[in-house]
Design a binder for this molecule. Structure first.
Ligand code: ATP
Ligand code: ATP
Ligand code: MG
Ligand code: MG
Ligand code: MG
Ligand code: MG
Length: 257
């Protein structure tokens, strides 16, 4: 492009390269999803199809952006961990943030029908996004633990809240009844009043969703002798497991390397 006298306007742009040797975490969160979930009649507190739609978009993110090492999602939010060595768009924050959140949002709209074949999308879903850099894998793990603890606390509260509401309490009454209660009080309430053993609820509700690449063994064919021929292949998996303890990270040492 030839230089014009207007070129100088470029000089007003600010440099936004993220520091090197840092893990980059992009977190997105559905905007006004309290209303969005009501408008679309999501089951409370956990609409399985809505969660699976979020997970499917997170899988698409991992497949589309090769520098993403791990995703963690709960409710209307997802965190995407970019490798510390990533040179994606020279680490420009605005590029990573805007491409990530717009790709996710487009996927959400495109895939809506797969998860809600009989529900019309009545409002445009949109997401806020932020980027935070962490200089050490240990802090990335603490970040993920923070989100998973949050998932547990919210799920326990919401499960009690909606059970009370479904049993005839108003939302205000349910809120009052839960004010100041401890985790064990909520577990007790679920068990004695509603016959629910919290530990038996689906892992996706209690632990959230992890998306990452893993080696899986698959049968490619059956040979002449009738034995399965297996092959190890890298595949994107969605898992609902504890990521606070050491076990997951010992089993998957390459994710935060
Ligand atoms: P903000 O715009 O500030 O993020 P918000 O209304 O999205 O506001 P959040 O704190 O992000 O508020 O909470 C997400 C809301 O969306 C909660 O009210 C939650 O109940 C609802 N929600 C999200 N996913 C689901 C789901 N899978 N099933 C049922 N409800 C859901
Ligand atoms: P980048 O990802 O770097 O933006 P790009 O392929 O989007 O790469 P641009 O410089 O943004 O490149 O150029 C936009 C491209 O899209 C051009 O090749 C242009 O021909 C094409 N394009 C955009 N809008 C139209 C349109 N309305 N009709 C035809 N072609 C279009
Ligand atoms: Mg928010
Ligand atoms: Mg939200
Ligand atoms: Mg949220
Ligand atoms: Mg372009």
């Amino acid at each position: 492009m030839a230089n014009s006298k207007y070129e100088y306007v470029k000089k007003f742009e600010v440099e936004d390269k993220l520091p090197p040797c840092n893990w980059v975490i992009l977190r997105i969160d559905g905007c006004h999803f309290h209303r969005f979930s009501a408008v679309h009649d999501f089951e409370k507190p956990n609409d399985v199809n809505a969660l699976m739609l979020m997970n499917s978009c997170a899988v698409a993110m991992l497949e589309h952006f090769p520098d993403i090492a791990f995703d963690y999602g709960v409710s209307d939010e997802y965190s995407f961990i970019w490798k510390e060595t990533s040179q994606f768009y020279q680490r420009r924050a605005s590029k990573i943030l805007s491409l990530g959140v717009s790709f996710f949002t487009s996927m959400y709209v495109i895939k809506w029908r797969d998860f809600f074949p009989h529900k019309e999308l009545k409002e445009p879903p949109y997401f806020d996004a932020r980027i935070v850099c962490y200089p050490r894998a240990k802090i990335v793990r603490d970040y993920l633990s923070w989100r998973q603890v949050d998932c547990h606390i919210n799920n326990q509260y919401n499960t009690c809240f909606w059970k009370l509401v479904q049993s005839g309490k108003s939302e205000k009454e349910a809120q009052e009844l839960l004010k100041g209660t401890l985790a064990k009080d909520k577990n007790e309430m679920l068990f004695t009043q509603f016959g629910i053993n919290y530990d038996k609820l689906p892992a996706m509700f209690k632990k959230g969703s992890c998306v990452y690449k893993d080696h899986v063994e698959e049968t490619v064919k059956i040979d002449e002798a009738g034995n399965p021929v297996k092959r190890r292949r890298q595949m994107v998996v969605v898992d609902h497991i504890d990521i606070i303890g050491n076990k997951f990270w010992k089993d998957h040492p390459n994710i935060l390397k």
